[in-house]
Design a protein around this ligand. Structure first.
Ligand code: GRF
Length: 211
């Protein structure tokens, strides 16, 4: 059997995307395994989720490092120690240093809860994204999985899923429906990567036919 893709998942909070990925790995639906979970928040619920199933974790709290670069040196070292092939940002609140992005060029994925390039950017995360969608009056939103580049929320797009906005939606109800799609979209993107079916051509990601 071919070696499974080793994932390093970066988290800051709840970890429902991490859970969805771990569950699908466990069920054999992904040709991947979570090798390590790393957080910049020591109390992140996501870390407990990983520990419960015996996955190694590491935490590098923001307060312990004077710069992002210094913290990312440790993150990079940890990813390399665990022989990570693909880095997954799953609710990771932090911008990666250029060194880390460069070390894993086209091997870092992020998920964002809107249809990028709409409602993205450094200040748009969590419920703020859905609040902005509702305030703007958009009729359709969704989620986007993309490769991470130096610019926040601007990397080549791998998978997007659309979610209609309902008349009576609140940021919470919209967030819940988008989250269901996030869990599907992230696994779809990871499996495409695992199968070698993603070809990055400038801004475009070409999905190659199954081999
Ligand atoms: C998700 O909505 C994701 O799109 C965004 O942060 C949230 C993380 O949720 N980047 P969870 O921690 O995976 O439950």
């Amino acid at each position: 059997m071919a070696r499974k893709l080793k994932l390093g998942v970066l988290v800051s909070g709840r970890g429902s995307n991490l859970q969805a990925i771990m569950d699908r790995c466990q069920a054999g639906k992904l040709d991947a395994e979570v090798a390590v979970v790393i957080s910049n928040v020591a109390t992140a619920q996501a870390l407990e989720r990983a520990q419960q199933v015996g996955i190694p974790t590491a935490s590098f709290p923001r307060t312990q490092f004077s710069t992002r670069e210094a913290r990312d040196v440790e993150i990079l070292r940890t990813l390399q120690q665990h022989q990570v092939d693909l880095v997954i940002l799953a609710g990771y609140l932090g911008i990666l240093s250029t060194d880390l992005v460069g070390a894993f060029r086209n091997r870092i994925l992020n998920i964002h809860p809107s249809l990028l390039p709409a409602f993205g950017g450094p200040d748009r995360h969590g419920l703020r994204v859905h609040q902005a969608v509702l305030e703007y009056g958009a009729k359709v939103t969704g989620c986007t999985v993309q490769f991470v580049t130096e610019e926040v929320d601007a990397g080549p797009i791998i998978v997007q899923r659309a979610v209609p906005v309902m008349e009576d939606d609140t940021p919470d109800t919209l967030s819940a429906r988008v989250l269901e799609q996030e869990h599907e979209a992230y696994s779809e993107a990871i499996q495409l990567f695992a199968k070698g079916r993603l070809s990055v051509e400038g801004r475009r990601v070409r999905i190659l036919p199954p081999q």
